[in-house]
Design a protein around this ligand. Structure first.
Ligand code: UDP
Length: 476
């Protein structure tokens, strides 16, 4: 077959963590639906877990142009790849996987009679070495950032913050001091809303090194894909566009895919890319609960709390009197699981349900869910936004401190509980969201959900931007 008549072939390489794998897999599906060939490259570690827990296997049949390929992250099998050891994974990817990626692209392994050689790479922009590899092998590269645009903009402004003397500061300084040198965030953004690592008081912190070059790094790629939508982050996107003019805002990706599949009357409207086993019994439990009565509680795939924090949440939730569905991952608390209560007492067990991992998109779309106590991870935030579910934010790290400020202060979609973990405050905040101020929050959440849905309709901003992205990839 004449290779030139075949569709372009995109290699997608996500950061090997649950959130980025989730959203970039949706992107892979969207590109397949647009007629492109896609090779989705995951580390061996992620591959094993996807095969075990997700329905990724069944997706192969849905898209003839889809392939899954694996690469080593260079770490031993028993490495945790989380918590304090997360940075070791970043380092290993940068050194070891970089070499393997170049070998993979030059080996001819990704070519076949029915596919062109790779014509474009799409990778997570935090892995800047993928751009070096793309340049070495002469391929165009587009970055994806799976964090919020507002946090990416904070990263872009890190050099400015240092230049102006606003960084460094330490945990002991006044965290309510306003930040002045981030354009577009004047007036409401404080030290405590900066990513957690900014509080270290140390400019040689490995995270500072990782994120300081963002502004120059992102401009190296041919384009930048963001999982967001114009009505949510418009003013910040205008700032980012000055540095990255080829910006494609095509989110919320998970719903974008759902809409496309529904438009094609596909019989399998959802895909699951879970790295843990989803406990579907919670849906049956939700079915028996009154409408908008349940607070869904989940802190994502990476956050780890202390036993003391866990106990504060436990008492706060129970004392609030609210119904709740709480996800407690097996590794969510840094103590022996036998050392903490996991069973609810009589009286509370009718209004509380605890599981190890949820089918989160389905949970947030359930009519019984009326609030989300979240760590403000970007995927979780977007999943909540499109379903019109107001949030209580308890940010843990990375972009979460920034996201929670936007949720509480800019978008008015909920309450930001950052830097506190006290049972009385938790109880009070839950009552405020689920009872006292529920109408106010539901109104603004419904409005934002409407905007999110509109941007996915034909001619909506995310819809049109995806078309532009596909056109640009085809022209490469
Ligand atoms: N998630 C899930 N079940 C759970 C908790 C989380 O499927 O019980 C999914 C959630 O839908 C989201 C992802 O895990 O897509 C978490 O990503 P996020 O960016 O919110 O946070 P991170 O895990 O990266 O901190």
């Amino acid at each position: 077959m004449n290779q030139e008549t075949l569709p372009p072939h995109v290699l997608i390489f996500p950061l090997p963590l649950q959130g980025p794998v989730n959203s970039m897999f949706k992107l892979a599906e969207l590109l397949c639906l647009s007629g492109l060939h896609v090779t989705f490259l995951v580390t061996d570690h992620i591959h094993t877990r996807l095969l075990k827990y997700s329905n990724i296997q069944s997706r192969f049949n849905a898209y003839p142009g889809f392939r899954l390929e694996t690469i080593s992250d260079g770490l031993p099998e028993n490495h945790t790849r989380s918590g304090a050891e997360l940075m070791e994974m970043f380092d290993s990817l940068k050194v070891k996987t970089k070499i393997l990626l170049k070998d993979l692209l030059t080996s001819g392994k990704l070519n076949s009679d029915s596919r062109r050689p790779v014509t474009c790479i799409i990778s997570d922009g935090i892995m800047g070495y993928t751009c070096d590899v793309a340049n070495d092998v002469g391929l165009p590269i587009i970055y994806v950032r799976t964090i919020s645009a507002c946090c990416l903009w904070v990263f872009f402004c890190l050099p400015k913050l240092i230049e102006s003397g606003e960084l460094p500061f330490s945990e002991d300084d006044d965290l309510d001091t306003p930040i002045k040198s981030i354009p577009g965030m004047e007036g409401f953004f404080r030290r405590r809303d900066l990513p957690m690592f900014c509080r270290s008081g140390d400019l040689s912190d490995p995270n500072v090194n990782l994120y300081l070059p963002e502004v120059t790094e992102n401009a190296r790629a041919h384009g930048l894909i963001l999982n967001t939508f114009d009505d949510l982050e418009g003013p910040i996107l205008a700032q980012i566009r000055a540095f990255c003019p080829k910006l494609y805002t095509i989110g919320p990706l998970h719903s974008h895919l759902k809409y496309k599949l529904l438009g094609q009357s596909s019989s399998s409207p959802t895909s699951s890319n879970s790295l843990w086993k989803e406990d579907m019994s919670c849906i049956t439990w939700l079915d028996s609960q009154p409408t908008k009565s349940v607070l869904y509680v989940s802190f994502g795939s990476l956050a780890v709390m202390t036993k003391e924090q866990y106990m504060e949440f436990w008492h706060g939730l129970v004392n609030s009197g609210s119904r709740f569905l709480w996800v407690i991952r097996p590794d969510a608390v840094n103590t022996d699981p036998t050392d903490i209560p996991l069973e609810l007492s009589k009286g509370t067990e009718e209004r509380g349900y605890i599981i190890g991992w949820a089918p989160q998109e389905e949970v947030l779309a359930h009519r019984a869910v009326g609030g989300f106590l979240t760590h403000s991870g970007w995927n979780s935030t977007l999943e909540s936004v499109i379903e019109g579910v107001p949030m209580i934010c308890w940010p843990y790290f990375l972009d979460q401190q920034v996201n929670s400020r936007y949720v509480g202060e800019v978008w008015k979609l909920g309450l930001d509980m950052k830097d506190t973990c006290d049972r009385v405050i938790i109880e009070k905040t839950v009552r405020e969201l689920m009872e006292d101020r529920k109408d106010e929050f539901r109104k603004s959440a419904d409005e934002m959900a409407k905007f999110a849905k509109q941007c996915l309709m034909e001619c909506g901003s995310s819809y049109s931007n995806l078309e532009r992205l596909v056109k640009d990839i085809k022209s490469m």
